[in-house]
Design a protein around this ligand. Sequence first.
Ligand SMILES: Cc1cc2nc3c(=O)[nH]c(=O)nc-3n(C[C@H](O)[C@H](O)[C@H](O)COP(=O)(O)O)c2cc1C
Length: 304
Amino acid sequence: MFNRLFEPIKINKVTARNRIVYPALALMYSMDNTINERYINYFRERARGGAGIVTVGPVLFCKTGAGVIAPSIEFDESIPEFRKLVKAIKDEGALAWIQLYHAGAYSYRVLMGGEQSIAPSAVYSNYAKDTPREMTIEDINRVHEMFIRGAEKAKEAGFDGVELLGSAGYLITQFLSPLKNLRTDEYGGSFENRTRFVRELIEKMRLRLGPDFPITIRMAGNDFVAGSNTDEDMPAIAMMYEKAGIDAISVTGGWHESRVPQLAMETSPCRTDNQRWNGRYGKSREGSHCRSLLAEESHGTSRG
Ligand SMILES: Cc1cc2nc3c(=O)[nH]c(=O)nc-3n(C[C@H](O)[C@H](O)[C@H](O)COP(=O)(O)O)c2cc1C
C-alpha cells in the first residue's frame, strides 16, 4: 500500500519529493492575524521532518470568513511575513502550500468586529451558535474575488500551490449541502446549482493564477451529518472538481458538527499568559486561552 509513498509526485508543474503531505492544522499561534517566529519555527521543523508538502493553514483572506484565530493574507503588508515562512519551508526541501479558508456560518462575530456571518442561507449554526445572513449575489462575487486575491498574494509570497478548504463544514461545504443551502436561485437546489459557488470560484481562480499554478482542494469523503452529502454523493463532486481545473484532492471526513468524532481538538495552548489578542479583524482584549475566549464570547462551545 505504501510502496510509492517515498516516490516523487508531480502536481501540475511542481514536483514534491515524496507523497507525504503535512495538512492544514489551526495552530492559533498569533493573536494579531500575522505570521510570527513561532509559526516559522514550527513549519520549518515539519519540513525538516521530511514531508513532501507542508501546508500552512487555515489562512484567512477576508474578515467575513473568520472562524478561528488565524493568520490573514488579505493585506499586502502580510506578503513579506508569508515570504519568510515559505523560504523556511522550501530551504528544508519541501513544497510550501497554503490553505485558504472562509468559515461562512462557522464564523464568529467576535473575530469579525461584531459583524454577522454570511452563508448560503440563514440557517442557525450549532457550531458558532449564531444565525448567518443569506449571501446576496454581490456577496458571492465579492467572496470569490477576495478568495482569488488571497491566492494571488500567496503566489506572490512564493507558495507552490493553493488548497481551498472545501471540507469540515465551512463555506464551500455549506453551499454544497442541501442541509445548509436552502437557496432557490441559481446557487441552490439541484446538484448543478449547489456546486456553482465552488465551480465558479475554481474557474475564475484558474484564469487569474494561470494554467501552471497548482490549485487543490480539501473535501470530505462523507459529511457524516444526517441529511447532508454522503460517500454516494462525493464522487460526482470530486469529478466536478477535476473538470473545473483542480490539480489534486485531499480527502478527509466530516464536519465539526458530525456526531462521528473526526479530529482531536486539543493542541498545545496558543497562549499561556496575558498576551493581548489584537486581531486585524477583531477587537483587543485579555484572556487566558483562545478557545475558552471563543466559547465565552459566543455563549457556546468552539466546536459543534
Ligand atoms: C486542532 C486541529 C485543527 C485543525 N485544523 C484544520 C484546518 O484548518 N484545515 C483542515 O483542512 N484540517 C484541519 N485539521 C485536520 C487535520 O489536518 C487532519 O486531517 C486531522 O488531524 C486528522 O489527521 P489524519 O488525517 O492524520 O488522521 C485540524 C486538526 C486539528 C487537530
